[in-house]
Structure formats: C-alpha cells, structure tokens
Design a protein. Structure first.
Lengths: 70, 161
C-alpha cells in the first residue's frame, strides 16, 4: 500500500448503508435494485482496508458475514 | 448516514448503543464505550494492536464492523483481569519485563489468551506463530515469548493445585 494512502485520509471507513439479508432471494433482490452500487462483505479483512485507503464510490454494502442458509 | 441501535456484549456487560454502519468495532469500543485499552495502530489489519476476543477468537477490531459484532461475546483488555487480580498472562508480562511502551501489549495478551485457551502447553514455535500478527517495535519478542511460556506453566500449575 502506498504510504501517501495512509496520509490522505484518517483511516475511517466511508459512509454506506448496511443490509443484512437473511435469505438468498432477499440478497439477490437488493443486489438487483442497487446494481453495481454495492459490495459483498464476507470476512472483510481485504475489503475494509481497501475501503479505508481507496474509498471507492459506492454507497451500499451487504453483510453476509453471519452467514445465511441459502 | 442512518444509525442503527445495536447491542454489544463487552466483558460480560450488555451495552445498547446507536452506531453508524461504518463504525468499526474498534471505534465503538474506544469512542462509544470509552474502552481505550484497545489500541489503534495501523488501522488496516497489519499490526495487531487492536486485537480483541470475539466469541473467544482473536480478531482485529479495526477490520470488524461494530454491527457485525452485535450479540457476540467481546473481551477487551479491560475484561481480562479478575478484579484487582491480574490474569496469569498479564502477571507474566509484568514479571518478565515483556512490556516496554505498552502499545502492543493489550493485543499481545489477548492473542496469548486465545492461544492458551486452545493449547494448554504450546511450544515456543507455536507461541511465536501465534504472536506473529502482533507487532512490537520496542523490545523484540524474546521477553514476550518467555512471558507467554511462563503463563502457560502458571495456568497449568493452578489447574493442578
């Protein structure tokens, strides 16, 4: 990670809406509505540093980290 | 950004608080609950200073959303001692000079706690591997590894007596 990325922001996550679908159909429905404007969060150990350092233009996130039965 | 009411179970207490979706567990602990024993180091999951236990597993609180930790059992360094009595790992760190500036210590101790819960008699290699995700820039790791080794013996001794 380039050093300047550390200095360019204060290492906070950008704002986003948080969805917790509990069924696959629900996830697909939200995803269809938001199209590209969403990211899937699984563990987050790659996604969160990327968001902190590069802050992609994306206003919504899903959380599936607690898992759901499909 | 809409805040969400959530319940965090920290050190045996339930806290109801309103967090933003982008609040990390680290920010919730330090800024909402005032538990500043958990340290913010690199913020990107490299240094291990922000390590806490979530359901007994060592996790990086800087890379965990507060909302994702809702309802789980969270242990921070503030919850490790039994009142005024230090945990054997904390006592060993004190006795063996494993603390210098102290910034990495909470993360080190919680990582060691996970290790010693799962592995009663870890080898030196296992101890080194377990703290490999926790950076110490003061002392080097010799005293830290020694302290964890002594703590494992002390816990074993207590269990027998």
């Amino acid at each position: 990670m380039p050093l300047e990325a550390f200095h360019m922001n204060n290492m906070r996550l950008p704002g986003f809406a948080y969805h917790e679908p509990t069924r696959l159909e629900e996830l697909l429905s939200i995803k269809q509505e938001l199209k590209q404007d969403c990211l899937l969060l699984a563990g987050g150990t790659d996604l969160l540093p990327m968001l902190k350092t590069s802050q992609p233009n994306c206003s919504s996130r899903f959380s599936t980290s607690k898992g759901f039965p499909g | 950004m809409k805040k969400k009411l959530t319940e965090l179970h920290v050190n045996g207490e339930v806290h109801s608080l309103a967090v933003k979706p982008n609040d990390t567990l680290l920010e919730a602990l330090r800024e909402h609950l005032g538990l500043v024993g958990t340290k913010e180091g690199c913020s990107v999951g490299e240094c291990g200073a922000c390590t806490v236990l979530v359901n007994g597993r060592a996790v990086l609180s800087c890379l965990t959303l507060a909302l994702d930790a809702a309802g789980m059992e969270i242990t921070t360094i503030e919850g490790v001692s039994q009142g005024e009595t230090l945990d054997p790992i904390q006592q060993a760190f004190v006795d063996h000079g494993a603390v210098q500036c102290g910034f990495c210590t909470p993360g080190m101790i919680l990582t060691a706690k996970e290790l010693l819960t799962e592995q009663k008699k870890p080898s030196v290699a296992q101890i080194k591997e377990s703290v490999s995700g926790n950076f110490c820039r003061c002392t080097g790791y010799t005293k830290i590894v020694e302290a964890i080794e002594v703590a494992s013996k002390s816990i074993e001794h207590r269990a027998k007596s």
